[in-house]
Ligand binder design. Structure first.
Ligand SMILES: C[S@@+](CC[C@H](N)C(=O)[O-])C[C@H]1O[C@@H](n2cnc3c(N)ncnc32)[C@H](O)[C@@H]1O
Length: 440
C-alpha cells in the first residue's frame, strides 16, 4: 500500500478551526495534539495499557495515566496546560483527529521516540504559539552545530558529570533532546572504552545536565514528556520506571521577566544555547517592562533577540559559552546600534556565522549564529564565517543544502584545528613539567 501523503499546513489549521467551533481554540489545539501524544505513548509502550477503545474518554484516561507516571508530567492534568480537561469533543471531532494522525508518522526516523515530530505537530496546530510567542522549532541539524560550539567545549572542560546547560526559550525541546543525547553518550577524549558509563548512569547524568524554560506552558510540558519518553525507552521500560527522584528540569516561565524561577538563577550554566524569539513585543506595557529590565540593549523598536542575548549571558557561569541562532535584523536596523556599539564589545565574542543564505525551514527571517563567552574580550580576533550567496534552490533535504553543508564544514574544520592546538599545548605543558621535575 503506498504511504499516505503528509498533510499540508492548511490541514492542521482546518482541523483546529473545525474543532474550535465545538470547544474553543485552546481546547481544540489540545485535543488535536493529545491524539498524537496518546498514540505516541501507546505505540511505544511508555504507559501501561488503559482499558477502553480509542476516543475522547480513553484519551483523557491515558493522559491521566501519563500525569501519574512521573512527577514531571503532573501538569498534563491541569486544564490551563491541557485544554482537553476544559471541554469534551464529539465523536465526529474525534474521528477527524484520528484521520489526521493516520496520515502522519509520529515516531522519529528509525522508530525513535525523541518526539521531534510531536514538537513539529504542536507548531503546526497552534497559530497562537507561532504568532504570539514565535514558536518555530530549531531543526536538529542546527541544534547539533550550536551544541558543537557550546556544549562540546564545555564537556571537554568540566566533563559530563558536572556540566549544566540551559535553553531559556526551549519550545518543545528540540535543542534539549539533542543536548541530552550528546551528554548521555559523551566519552572523554582519549579514555579507553571500558570507562564507558552504564546506560542508566548516562540517562541520569543527561537529565541532571539539561535545563529549559519556555513561556508556553504546553510546550514546556511537551519538552518534559519528550525527555522522559526518551529516557524510558533507553531504560527499556515505561515512563513510570524512570525514578521519580531523577530531575526533569524544564519550567514554564517568562524567562526575561521572571524573578523567582530557580532555573533562571544567574551564573549557573557552562553552556547557554538557544534560538530565542526575535519578534517585537506587541503589548505596549510588556514592551516597556522588558525595556526597563534590559536598558543596556533595548532601544527603539527592539527585537526580543537582544534582551535574550543579555539574559543568556547572565545565565552563563563565568567564562561559560553562549551560542544562539538569531535574526540578523539588529545588524541592519537602528535598534541594533546600541547592542553592537555598547553591549557586544563588553563580551568575549568568538564566532559570527552568517546563516542568512542557508535554508532553515520556518525561519523566513535571515539569521546568524553568534557565539560568545561570558567574560570580557580575551583577544583581538573573532572567527567569522561569511556567506557570499544563498541556496540556488530550496534543497530537498535542508540539512544537506549546499550553503548549510559549507557552513558546517568550515566550522568543524576550525573546531578540529582548535582542538589540535589545545591538545598540542597540553602536551607541551606536560613535557615541560616532566623536564622540570627531572631537572629538579
Ligand atoms: C524559535 S522558538 C525556539 C524553539 C526551540 N529551540 C525548539 O527547538 O523547540 C522560540 C521560543 O521562545 C519562546 N518564548 C517567547 N518569549 C519567551 C519568553 N519571554 N520567555 C521564555 N520563552 C519565550 C516561545 O514560546 C518559543 O517556544
Amino acid at each position: 500500500m503506498p504511504a499516505p501523503s503528509a498533510p499540508s499546513p492548511r490541514a492542521y489549521e482546518r482541523l483546529v478551526d473545525d474543532l474550535s467551533s465545538e470547544v474553543g481554540v485552546h481546547a481544540a489545539v489540545s485535543w488535536a495534539h493529545a491524539g498524537a501524544v496518546v498514540r505516541h505513548a501507546t505505540e511505544h509502550r511508555l504507559v501501561a495499557p488503559v482499558a477502553g477503545t480509542p476516543g475522547p474518554d480513553h484519551t483523557r484516561r491515558v493522559l491521566a495515566a501519563l500525569a501519574a507516571a512521573h512527577p514531571a508530567l503532573e501538569s498534563l492534568e491541569d486544564p490551563q496546560v491541557a485544554g482537553v480537561w476544559e471541554d469534551s469533543i464529539s465523536p465526529a471531532g474525534w474521528e477527524r483527529i484520528t484521520q489526521l494522525w493516520n496520515q502522519v508518522p509520529l515516531s522519529d526516523e528509525g522508530h525513535r521516540v525523541d518526539g521531534y515530530r510531536l514538537g513539529d505537530a504542536y507548531q503546526a496546530l497552534s497559530a497562537d504559539a507561532r504568532k504570539a510567542r514565535a514558536l518555530c522549532q530549531t531543526p536538529v541539524w542546527v541544534a547539533d552545530l550550536l551544541l558543537a560550539l557550546s556544549v562540546e567545549p564545555a564537556l571537554d572542560a568540566v566533563g559530563p558529570d558536572q556540566i549544566r546547560m540551559i535553553d531559556p526559550s526551549c519550545g518543545t525541546g528540540h535543542i534539549l533532546l539533542a543536548a541530552f543525547h550528546r551528554i548521555r553518550a559523551h566519552r572523554p577524549r582519549g579514555r579507553s572504552p571500558h570507562r564507558a558509563v552504564t546506560r542508566q548512569r548516562g540517562v541520569e547524568r543527561a537529565l541532571q545536565a539539561v535545563h529549559g524554560v519556555d513561556l508556553d506552558v504546553y510546550a514546556a510540558a511537551l519538552a518534559r514528556y519528550r525527555l522522559l519518553a526518551t529516557s524510558a525507552d533507553l531504560l527499556g521500560g515505561p515512563i513510570s520506571a524512570v525514578p521519580a527522584a531523577w530531575p526533569v528540569q524544564v519550567a514554564a516561565a517568562d524567562a526575561l521577566l521572571s524573578t523567582d524561577e530557580p532555573l533562571l538563577r544567574p551564573g549557573r550554566y557552562h553552556a547557554v544555547v538557544g534560538n530565542p524569539p526575535y519578534i517585537t513585543v506587541r503589548d505596549a506595557q510588556l514592551r516597556e517592562q522588558v525595556r526597563r529590565s534590559y536598558p543596556e540593549v533595548c532601544s527603539g523598536k527592539y527585537s526580543l533577540a537582544l534582551p535574550f542575548t543579555v539574559l543568556m549571558t547572565r545565565l552563563a557561569a563565568p567564562a561559560g559559552t553562549v551560542a544562539q541562532l538569531t535574526a540578523n535584523s539588529f545588524m541592519k536596523r537602528e535598534f541594533g546600534r546600541k547592542f553592537i556599539e555598547q553591549y557586544l564589545p563588553q563580551v568575549d565574542l568568538t564566532w559570527v556565522i552568517d546563516t542568512s543564505g542557508a535554508y532553515i525551514p520556518g525561519h523566513g527571517t535571515p539569521t546568524v549564529i553568534m557565539v560568545h563567552r561570558a567574560q570580557p574580550p580575551q583577544g583581538d580576533s573573532v572567527i567569522t564565517v561569511r556567506g557570499n550567496r544563498g541556496e540556488p534552490r530550496v534543497p530537498q533535504d535542508p540539512a544537506q543544502g549546499l550553503v548549510w553543508r559549507a557552513i558546517e564544514e568550515a566550522v568543524h574544520e576550525r573546531l578540529d584545528l582548535e582542538r589540535l592546538r589545545k591538545g598540542m599545548e597540553a602536551h607541551r605543558r606536560e613535557q615541560q613539567f616532566t623536564t622540570t621535575t627531572e631537572v629538579a
